[in-house]
Design a protein around this ligand. Sequence first.
Ligand code: GLN
Length: 410
Amino acid sequence: MPLWRLRGRAVGDKRQTADRRPAPVSKLPDVGTTVFTVMSRRARELGALNLGQGFPDYDIDPRITELVAAAMSAGHNQYAPMEGLMSLRERIAEKLFRSYGRKVNPESEITVTLGATEAIYSAIQAVVGAGDEVIAFDPAYDSYEPAVRLAGARCIRLPLSPPSFAYDWSRVRDALTERTRLVLINSPHNPACTTITAEDLDQLAAAIRGRPILVLSDEVYEHVVYDGHKHASVLLHPELAERSFAVFSFGKTLHATGLRVGYAVAPAPLTTELRKVHQFNTFSIAHPLQHAIAAYLAEKPDIGDGLAGFFQAKRDRVRAALAGSSFALPPARGTYFQLLDFGQLAPPGDLAFAERLLTEAGVATIPLSPFYENPPPLTVLRLCICKRDDTLDRAAERLRSFAEQLAHRR
Ligand code: GLN
């Protein structure tokens, strides 16, 4: 049994019985350390190749390093403005206009946050309260539901069923109640690697029209949409944009997840509410990093343009390396992940299979169960492809030979 603690199941935590100090009343009793953190830790301990947690293992652009050093040398080492550095927000507004043709006011509609995770958390705390309901879709990124529950609200989870992970909008319409405050969407989708369509956005807009329901759209992989398709942002949908928080991440766009700089875009009244939470949550984001990113965007306003091609080559490399093996590779339309289906090799049970890949094949992956309220029997794992080509080649080789060994034993 893997050691991480999953929703509703505390595994391997012996301290609770040995420790006689009064236990705090947990607000999230069924939540353990995230699967990403645990998998990265175990990959390090075991010396496995880490295709689990989503972060690059190659160097960032040295120009970013220079600009951060320059910003610190120039003395930008005290608090940044709570809302975010104005020059950065201006560059963000230009970037959004370039991508989506939408004029966003940097003064009143953009807030720089501590990664997308803070943007999501602060937006939820800002607009959701006790007794409210929030709709999320399973598999859902793991931070959504805890943020909703900490706001005192209930997360209603609707299925996106494999293999297509398509939205069932009639189910969404049926799930809306007087208490629904927010619908949480994510495209490109982590972990399903799917993308939402303009028709999906129309369906969502129609479903919530005339109701006091907002949208939180997690678009951190906005630039990683494959095969020539374009990202369907809520910012391209005038009706939804009026009632949405759209959340973005420089960690993904600059290949530097350690920066922890993201931003939330929302109409002024929503931004005002988000900032009320943000100022007491993280208050303001690393000042020198904001200067550096603003300067970098000024030098490279087209920074997002090459990302899809860059990651598509990695996706295709992994797919080619595993073609003809007993693993199936469902289509990946976006994100820097690729699903791996082991259904021909072993019975459903993604936690057990991820554990075998980690300990027997030396490859860390991410099982999908932790993204579900009630996981169905699953035969898919998530591979992270934003890695050096040689890391991907070595991991694919290990996966391939593990599959061959299993096939022989059967
Ligand atoms: N977003 C990253 C992923 O999906 C995880 C970030 C984290 O560990 N919280 O892998």
